[in-house]
Design a protein around this ligand. Structure first.
Ligand SMILES: C[S@@+](CC[C@H](N)C(=O)[O-])C[C@H]1O[C@@H](n2cnc3c(N)ncnc32)[C@H](O)[C@@H]1O
Length: 390
């Protein structure tokens, strides 16, 4: 159970959401609910005071990401960042930089092989995380911290590397349901209404035409879908890619997240969707409880990301699993020491195992590169490229 301060913050946010529901005639879309839960200034999960990311061993965090797990992730990624910067422009823009750990690891590694970017910008929606990022950079890489700038909005023009690790999965999704009966009218949208005792409840309504249109681009033959099939439609992520593509002069978007190509995402057997809540390192499927205190996330439809980029004029430069990407970037060569020194060796090999094992993050997580003005065959995609699956 949350402590009294956290419970009081969550209750304040719940009151705001009930008011929002009432102001919209008793129902809001799940995307609206998710947006409010994650990003309401001061009270939302990302914009409020929750610890959010961490190892979970000594803190009260909710989930761990690859950069938090080990510096090996940022050090391997630095090789891909250096290659793109050398071929285009020495600039990095990182979205949603979390605790700032990835920025610290990337800058330190890029300095090690004399490839520091001229500018390292961070665009972070959360004021709380921005303060944590500034503090961590000052503590870990004080001599490099002045290279980092925080932006309040997307710049008009972009060049170099645009990086986002686990950002697309934090964008609000619409919940879509195939009706139990009377399928002639097609998809329903699952939204949120106020229930008894200040609870939130799901209520399904006929979907708006733009959502029918969106689903028609994802699933060819709705006839095969079982009654009650539940999935998500993320309209925010492709729109985000389009706005980056329109601004990118020369360089690459490098996006890392958990997800699948379209045929796996909307597979008939994935009938309960991918939406999940994370609270204190427990993943569960009730997004309606603990508003503002738990992370809400859905897997990424990487085909939709690729299509949005290509339609906006970018080239698809690579798509592969996190394991292939990191191995191509030389992660296994970064392990220091040898097995005769277990205190040094084992923590590194343990982290490596979690980053690249198929049973952990290696296969579920993918890396996609979309860009302009770059040749094919980027370092991270030289072996095991899967662009053909998108
Ligand atoms: C799961 S956390 C990942 C943090 C970090 N990248 C990491 O790997 O540890 C998601 C982050 O994405 C940020 N985010 C979500 N949508 C965003 C957007 N449109 N622009 C910038 N940041 C965004 C959130 O504020 C949060 O910092």
């Amino acid at each position: 159970m949350p402590g009294p301060d956290a419970a009081a913050r969550s209750a304040r946010l719940a009151t705001q959401i009930h008011a929002q529901i009432a102001a919209h005639g008793g129902w809001i879309s799940f995307a609206g609910f998710m947006e409010t839960c994650l990003y309401t200034p001061g009270l939302g999960y990302y914009s409020g005071a929750s610890t959010k990311l961490g190892s979970g061993l000594k803190d009260d965090s909710d989930f761990v990401t690859a950069p938090e797990l080990s510096s090996l992730f940022g050090r391997a990624l630095a090789r891909q960042v250096a290659e793109v910067c050398a071929l285009t422009s020495p600039q990095v823009l990182e979205f949603g930089a979390g605790s700032g750990k990835l920025a610290c690891d990337l800058l330190a590694e890029l300095e090690r092989f004399d490839a520091l970017p001229e500018r390292y910008c961070i665009l972070e929606l959360s004021g709380d995380l921005r303060a944590r990022q500034q503090a961590l950079l000052e503590q870990r890489v004080p001599h490099l911290a002045q290279r980092v700038q925080w932006l309040d909005q997307l710049p008009d023009r972009l060049a170099g590397v645009v990086l986002a690790n686990e950002v697309l999965d934090a964008m609000p999704v619409h919940l879509m349901v195939w009706p139990q009966a009377d399928t002639a009218a097609g998809w329903l949208e699952r939204g949120v209404a106020s229930g008894p005792e200040q609870q939130f409840v799901f209520v399904d309504r006929p979907a708006e035409p733009r959502l029918h249109k969106g689903m028609a681009t994802r699933i060819d033959d709705a006839l095969e879908i079982a009654p009650g099939y539940l999935t998500e439609l993320n309209l925010a992520a492709p729109a985000f890619i389009t706005s980056l593509a329109e601004r990118l002069d020369r360089g690459a978007l490098l996006l890392i997240d958990y997800g699948f190509p379209v045929h796996e995402y909307f597979h008939v057997q994935r009938h309960r969707g991918t939406l999940m809540a994370h609270y204190r390192h427990r993943a569960h499927d009730n997004p309606l409880i603990l508003p503002g205190l738990q992370d809400l996330t859905a897997h990424v439809d990487f085909s939709a990301i690729a299509q949005a980029g290509v339609q906006a004029g970018l080239e698809l430069l690579g798509y592969t699993s996190q394991a292939h990407f990191l191995i191509n970037c030389g992660i296994t060569e970064l392990i220091e020491g040898d097995p005769s020194q277990p205190a040094i060796w084992l923590p590194q090999t343990n982290a490596l195992q979690r980053l690249i094992s198929e049973a952990e993050m290696g296969e579920l997580f993918k890396v996609i590169a979309l860009g302009r003005g770059l040749p094919d065959g980027l370092l991270g995609f030289r072996r095991g490229d899967r662009c053909h699956t998108l």
